[in-house]
Design a protein around this ligand. Structure first.
Ligand SMILES: Nc1ncnc2c1ncn2[C@@H]1O[C@H](COP(=O)(O)OP(=O)(O)O)[C@@H](O)[C@H]1O
Ligand SMILES: Cc1ncc(COP(=O)(O)OP(=O)(O)O)c(N)n1
Length: 270
């Protein structure tokens, strides 16, 4: 008997279905995993911007996580928007040994704040130390480390690694010739993953999609560089799929419905 690999996302909702819990669950499904979720905040959001954020309490989030962990054999947890330092503390209390992919969501592409100074402090003080791997974009990495925009990306990634986790510093840029992610593994070895950039404006949700795909590949047994390469390839293929879409008035959703390997879903023993 086997069961599908189970991945749990702890994240906010995006009513437009591009980022957050929608991206995570769709990506888990596209990669053949069963997705569970603990919602941290409800956002009224579309392809143009974030209109309203309604945070849930730490008790609300803990109750969802407990319900999932007490019933399902969760192989990996992925976090997105946490929304408050109190919810960040709940994540830090996850059972030791459970792999944790931390996507430190602080700002939406539209510019909306999704994490304040207290959330940044919580990441720095305890969430990153609990994380297996952290997946910031460059802006998030600067906020978390206090580094400046002129600092080399490798140095910024190593500064994050000094706070505890392995790192994938993502480098999405639809207008650049290539997108280059800097990977620092648990032992501090630095590698890069680079692909031609997909020219598109439909890239809302790429960070969430990348981190969710990374979580499934890590839980399936891939090492960090292979998992990051596979996740990057998945996002690029999804971006190519959505490149011609006309969906919404702003930056449209990345196609996390893209399904590369549904015929061979990952399984787990428990
Ligand atoms: N236009 C693009 N073409 C190819 N890959 C991309 C593109 N945009 C982002 N990516 C990839 O998607 C992943 C998420 O990166 P990024 O866009 O930096 O996250 P975020 O949405 O948090 O800013 C990374 O692997 C990055 O290289
Ligand atoms: C509820 C919610 N969570 C996360 C994000 C940010 O999404 P992300 O994929 O990191 O980046 P963009 O979508 O902004 O490229 C969000 N907007 N909402």
């Amino acid at each position: 008997m086997s069961s599908p690999l189970v991945a749990l996302t702890v994240a906010g909702t995006d009513s437009g279905g591009a980022a957050g819990v929608a991206a995570d669950l769709t990506t888990f499904a596209a990669l053949g995993a069963h997705g569970a979720c603990a919602v941290t905040a409800v956002t009224a959001q579309d392809t143009v911007g974030v209109r309203r954020v309604v945070p849930l309490s730490a008790d609300d989030v803990r109750a969802q996580i407990d319900a999932v962990l007490e019933d399902l054999p969760v192989a990996v947890v992925k976090t997105g928007m946490l929304g408050s330092a109190e919810v960040a503390a709940v994540v830090t209390d996850l059972p030791p040994g459970l792999p944790l992919v931390v996507d430190p969501v602080l700002v939406a592409t539209s510019g909306a704040e999704l994490g304040d100074a207290a959330v940044v402090a919580a990441y720095r003080d305890h969430v990153l130390a609990r994380g297996t791997v952290v997946t910031p974009n460059f802006d998030e990495a600067l906020r978390l480390t206090g580094a400046g925009p002129a600092d080399p990306r490798e140095d910024v990634a190593l500064a994050l690694h000094a706070l505890g986790p392995a790192v994938v510093l993502t480098g999405g840029d639809a207008e650049a010739p290539t997108c280059r992610d800097v990977v620092v593994d648990a032992r501090g070895r630095v590698r890069t993953v680079e692909h031609a950039a997909v020219p598109t404006t439909n890239d809302h949700g790429t960070g969430c999609t990348f981190a969710a795909a990374l979580a499934v590949h890590l839980a399936s047994g891939a090492d960090l560089i292979d998992a990051a390469t596979a996740a990057h390839t998945f996002v690029a293929a999804a971006l190519r799929t959505s490149a011609d879409w006309r969906l919404g008035r702003g930056r449209g959703p990345v196609a996390h419905t893209f399904t590369p390997a549904r015929h061979n879903p990952p399984t787990q023993e428990k």
